[in-house]
Design a protein around this ligand. Structure first.
Ligand SMILES: [Zn+2]
Length: 254
């Protein structure tokens, strides 16, 4: 059983993903934000998707739903139950822990609100599609939730996914996120190396996705809010929520 993932850069800095179960050829698209670009990617891969998995309702993640639904009659369009009415062409709803099958691959919906209220991370055994909740070296802005809600969602991803899980996020923000992380922790050898590598990838036109969760646990400041040594190093007292809120405010202004 294996899941093949093809990142499809869309719009300015979004990622859609084409997923394929290598055993059965079953195919899905995560967050088709630009129908033309995604349809071209599907043609190049000779792939016919049976489902769209949306991470949340924002237009830069769902704008291609209608056109793909027209191109592939009968395609399932799946998003969180609370996003019904906000996700175009939605045909099915999931709640926390619900599972969908893509050929031999099972993807579990993890409800991870905070960025919006209906965010879902789609977790396969060795890959997770985290939308605008968890970015590489960062996390999404809080638009509909509140800081504790977002922190709880990030904690779930950090603790419930296997550290070897490949993280595929919704935007290419990695270089800027690592530059921000270095302002919080100047001189961190891990961050300097991660930034150097991410910059070389971008210079070559290569996506920085995926990183493993293990890598993120080491370098993503938003996944280290419960690390006392980290809190001491950045001079924040008051526990994980205080650290998270401080980091999010700094990042919003970065
Ligand atoms: Zn969003």
């Amino acid at each position: 059983m294996a899941l093949e993932v093809t990142p499809v850069p869309c719009l300015e800095d979004n990622y859609a993903y084409v997923l394929r179960c290598t055993a059965t050829g079953a195919c899905a698209v995560v967050d088709p934000s630009d129908a033309d670009v995604v349809l071209a990617a599907l043609r190049a891969l000779d792939a016919r998707p049976s489902m769209i998995l949306n991470t949340h309702h924002h237009l830069d993640h769902v704008a291609g739903n209608e056109a793909l639904a027209a191109a592939f009659p009968g395609i399932a369009v799946i998003a969180h139950v609370s996003d019904r009415g906000r996700v175009p062409a939605q045909t099915a709803s999931v709640e926390n822990f619900d599972k969908v099958s893509l050929g031999d691959v099972t993807l579990q919906a993890m409800h991870v609100p905070g960025h919006s209220l209906g965010d879902v991370a789609w977790a396969a055994p060795d890959a997770a599609f985290t939308g605008d909740t968890l970015f590489l070296a960062g996390c999404g802005r809080i638009f509909e939730g509140h800081p504790q809600m977002m922190l709880t969602s990030l904690d779930r991803l950090a603790t419930e996914l296997d550290p070897r899980t490949r993280i595929y996020c919704g935007h290419e923000y990695t270089v800027k996120n690592l530059r921000f992380a270095l302002t919080v922790e100047p001189g961190s050898a891990d961050l300097v190396e991660a930034l150097r590598f991410a910059e070389s990838q971008r210079a070559a036109g290569t996506p920085t996705v995926p990183h493993t969760l293990a890598n993120e646990l080491r370098t993503n400041p938003f996944l280290r809010c419960d690390d006392d040594a980290f809190a001491d190093a950045i001079g924040v007292r008051g526990g994980p929520l205080a650290v998270f809120t401080h980091l999010r405010e700094l990042r919003n202004a970065f």
